[in-house]
Design a protein around this ligand. Structure first.
Ligand code: AMP
Ligand code: ZN
Length: 440
């Protein structure tokens, strides 16, 4: 495997003394809390309800006095209720899926775009990137943060940026080959698919110049890392982020490949026990909660990611001092990430409830076939429909398929099953069977 140099984009910040970093975090936290209290009715109401004022934040641990924010708040306040800035100062909207059919959106001021761009610039530099690189961006461009996020960071470090967006494997490989791309940014599952397609499409892997890649937006494993590194003969780095906080680059791996450094000058990370909401010590697995401390458009106070992982404050061999988070080990809710798209069973349920002839009994089977995620929706027909004509059944299948495509944004295969054939559970219904083995 090619060696990637340990380059640091902003050593002054990334290798900052931890005490200094904590002092910086505290003053930025105080400013953010004040901004939220003054400008966002929801934050003010919640803080008033808890009897906490911005002046009560005197130390970093006072953060636990603050209320939580959830994805449902973004849904309820959709689209602009959580803005702390005037609408005229918002220069960008990005979005992600919510728990229902509607997306959730986040508004960015010019400052926020700048903050996010710096985060990705750090991530790409940590993966060995610089102005001599040709970076192929194969994350989707659009409301999804992946494409534009990677694009901005790649442009910032002066690399030659190739905005391919997702899909069209043949064209991806042709451009990668002909331009001599040196870095790749895409989901890890698509990276494997691309890698496996090299020979099939008549290329010799030796003709590619790729040296590294930043892969994220979905859970993956060390086995998948090994596979990507082997297929392309590159270094594969993990990159993590979420729309509510910024986008990709909230945390990124360095050449040590031992967890992702969290950009702690821009966010404060907490790990909580998801049952009791109490803070957990470093090393313990819990729910990751972020507070943004430099965002001015839609700052987030104690945003519950529902992602489960561990944090470590141990010194890293790369010289960076920012805390590292381990791989995402699962979720505290039922969100699935399928082909990089966030999917909630409730979204699928919304679609099913609109279709006549099916019963609200369903199961989602998620698998990975040829490195590509597949989603099968098994749904029961009603007694009346079960005895009906084939044409009607076909119509139902199409209606569900189209509904899922438009609400969730991904293609699913639909299996209509006889009434009462899906196992009933006595407690919480088990809606999902995930056979991919990505979490533990
Ligand atoms: P989105 O806002 O649509 O980009 O989705 C963010 C979610 O994607 C996160 O909360 C995670 O659940 C997941 N995600 C993003 N990056 C990673 C990663 N590197 N590893 C595992 N999950 C990730
Ligand atoms: Zn490191």
């Amino acid at each position: 495997m090619k060696v990637t140099e340990n380059k640091i984009y902003n050593p002054e910040i990334e290798c900052m003394d931890r005490d200094e970093l904590k002092a910086l975090q505290l003053s930025r936290l105080q400013e953010t809390v004040k901004l939220c209290y003054e400008r966002v009715p929801l934050y003010r109401q919640r803080m008033d309800a808890l009897g906490v004022k911005p002046e009560d934040i005197k130390t970093l641990s006072d953060i636990t006095k603050l209320p939580f924010t959830n994805k449902t708040d973004l849904r309820d306040e959709f689209p602009f209720g959580l803005l702390a800035a005037d609408k005229k100062d918002i220069v960008r909207i990005q979005g992600s899926s919510g728990t229902t059919g509607k997306p959730i959106v986040s508004g960015y001021t010019a400052n926020d775009v700048e903050v996010w761009t710096e985060m990705v610039a750090r991530s790409l530099t940590a993966a060995g990137g610089g102005q001599d690189d040709i970076i192929q961006v194969t994350y989707g461009y659009g409301l999804f943060t992946g494409g534009l996020g990677a694009h901005q960071g790649a442009t910032r470090i002066g690399a030659m940026t190739v905005p391919m967006s997702a899909g069209n494997t043949q064209r991806q490989l042709m451009m990668m080959h002909d331009l001599g791309a040196t870095m790749l940014c895409c989901t890890p599952s698509y990276a494997i698919f691309l890698g496996e397609s090299i020979r099939e499409m008549g290329y010799d892997p030796k003709e590619f110049q790729l040296k590294s890649g930043c892969f994220g937006a979905e859970p993956w494993t060390e086995e998948m890392r090994n596979k990507i590194e082997e297929l392309f003969d590159i270094n594969a780095y993990n990159i993590y982020g979420l729309t509510e906080i910024a986008g990709p680059g909230v945390a990124y791996e360095c050449p040590a490949k031992a967890g992702m450094h969290i950009n702690e000058d821009h966010v404060i990370a907490e790990i909580l026990d998801p049952e009791t909401d109490e803070p957990l010590p470093y090393g313990a697995r819990g729910e990751l909660v972020f507070t943004t401390i430099t965002k001015t458009g839609m700052p987030m106070i104690r945003y519950r990611t529902h992602d489960l992982c561990t944090l470590t404050e141990e010194k890293c061999s790369c010289g960076r001092t920012h805390v590292r988070m381990g791989r995402i080990m699962g979720r505290t809710d039922d969100m699935l990430v399928i082909r990089g798209v966030n999917v909630f069973p409730s979204q699928i349920e919304t679609v099913l409830l609109r279709v006549a002839g099916v019963a609200p009994h369903y199961q989602l089977i998620v698998d990975r076939v040829n490195s590509t995620d597949t989603l099968e929706v098994q749904v029961e027909l009603t007694e009346e429909m079960f005895s009906d004509t084939v044409a009607d059944v076909e119509r139902i299948r199409d209606e569900i398929k189209e509904g899922i495509k438009s609400v969730v944004g991904i293609a699913a295969s639909i299996k209509l099953v006889p009434p009462k054939s899906i196992q009933r559970s006595e407690g919480k219904a088990k809606r999902t069977i995930d056979k991919r083995g990505l979490t533990n």
